[in-house]
Write a new protein. Structure first.
Length: 424
């Protein structure tokens, strides 16, 4: 049983990695708490679902725009300094949320602006943290370290929203944002303990030329490029979250509670995958593991579609049908598969990329991770009209499986990728 549990060796052997992991975990909980609190506050102010949806747009645009440039910044400056400066900036934004809520002057415009600034800072902070990891631990511990990062993300996705709901309901928005600010104080304290991490190799000035150089490098490295392509195949074709509200309202019943349970199912799968990640460090053929994990993701979403399609339908206010539980189980399976894929995709990206390029490719990674699910929302939302909600999930899941297997057949070197001899 001990061999199944998460490998804690990176936390034991590397004090800097332990500091960064704790700081990142605290920051992640605060970020997820704020995401939910902002959505609730904007709905309170406007009573408009469209206004709430615009939060995603104001977060996505700076994340995509600054993700690429942020990677160039990471490769040009001391990564410890980049992480600290952006983390302090995120703390300042949290204080901004506290002030406007405490003074009762918050408006949708204020909240959108703060979300955009927070997202832009995250677009630089995240590539810096991911590019730091290979400098803090031994190469053979990368899968274990990335599994611990996935566990941290899953816990944040679970605890943050729950904490937001409780604090907002009991004491209001200002206190909710205050909780994030306190968590960020501890996060900054942990990250301040990192050693200096100046850039290695040839240092390029951050700018358009540096960004283009990173994209050119990616175009010449098939194994690294495949980590992005297979992730896009999963997120664009088979990310079912956009279907959850309709499933709760119309098909399975239970309304918003059912939708929340299904979202929590994916997050719980991520936590479970992180907790049982011990064997991942012993996997040698990591490309094959990624392909297998994404196939499992696609099949889980396909089966989820069939389960949803079999539900008898529900009227307004109807309780959830028993089909909620197999649907939830399939979302947990999907969450586990996504964690396995994420661990090995991050590991290949870190191990097969020279240090002077890691920041820029991590910037591309941020863009893919942020943009893929948004494109998936558009695609499955459009398919739900002609095919129905269940049919959209089935079609998306099957398309994911077909596309990822086609990519694996096209890029045979990725299937043969050997962790003992990482080639980009």
């Amino acid at each position: 049983m001990a061999r199944l549990l998460a490998d804690l060796t990176p936390l034991r052997e590397s004090v800097p990695f332990r500091r960064m992991w704790v700081g990142t975990s605290l920051s992640g909980i605060g970020t997820q708490l704020t995401n939910v609190a902002v959505a609730l506050q904007i709905f309170d102010l406007t009573q408009s679902n469209l206004a709430v949806g615009l939060v995603g747009l104001f977060a996505l645009v700076p994340l995509v725009v600054l993700g690429l440039y942020g990677g160039a910044v990471v490769d040009a400056y001391d990564r410890r300094a980049v992480v600290l400066v952006t983390q302090v900036g995120i703390f300042a934004v949290a204080c901004g949320f506290v002030v406007i809520s405490w003074l009762d002057v918050a408006s949708p415009g204020h909240l959108y602006a703060l979300v955009a600034v927070q997202s832009g800072l995250f677009a630089i902070n995240s590539p810096a943290r991911m590019a730091i990891i290979p400098r803090l631990i031994q190469p053979q511990l990368l899968p274990a370290a990335n599994a611990l990062s996935s566990l941290s993300f899953g816990v944040a996705m679970t605890i943050g929203p729950l904490l937001a709901g409780v604090v907002v309901a009991r004491v209001g928005y200002a206190w909710a944002y205050g909780v994030e600010a306190v968590l960020l104080v501890f996060a900054v304290t942990c990250l301040a303990g990192l050693p200096s991490l100046p850039p290695q190799g040839e240092v390029k000035k951050a700018g358009l030329a540096s960004v283009l150089e990173g994209l050119h490098y990616l175009g010449t490295r098939p194994n690294v490029r495949m980590t992005f392509l297979v992730d896009l195949s999963a997120m664009v074709f088979a990310m079912p979250r956009v279907l959850f509200p309709a499933i709760g309202m119309v098909l399975i019943g239970g309304g918003a509670t059912t939708a929340g349970i299904l979202v929590a199912g994916i997050a719980f799968g991520a936590v479970l995958g992180g907790l049982l990640s011990g064997p991942l460090g012993r996997v040698r053929w990591q490309g094959r593991a990624i392909v297998a994990a994404i196939v499992v993701w696609g099949l889980a979403v396909t089966a989820f579609g069939f389960v949803v399609a079999s539900a008898p339908g529900a009227g307004p206010g109807a309780p959830a049908h028993w089909t909620l539980w197999p649907a939830l189980a399939l979302m947990v399976v999907a969450g586990v598969a996504d964690t396995v894929s994420s661990v090995f995709r991050s590991t290949i990206l870190q191990a097969a990329t020279p240090d002077e390029m890691r920041g820029r490719l991590q910037g591309v990674f941020i863009v893919v991770v942020a943009g893929g699910p948004q494109l998936g929302t558009l695609l499955l939302g459009a398919l739900a009209g002609p095919l129905g909600v269940g049919g959209a999930a089935v079609a998306g899941g099957l398309a994911c499986v077909v596309v990822v297997l086609a990519l694996a057949s096209w890029q045979r070197g990725f299937v043969r990728y050997d962790a003992l001899d990482p080639t980009p």
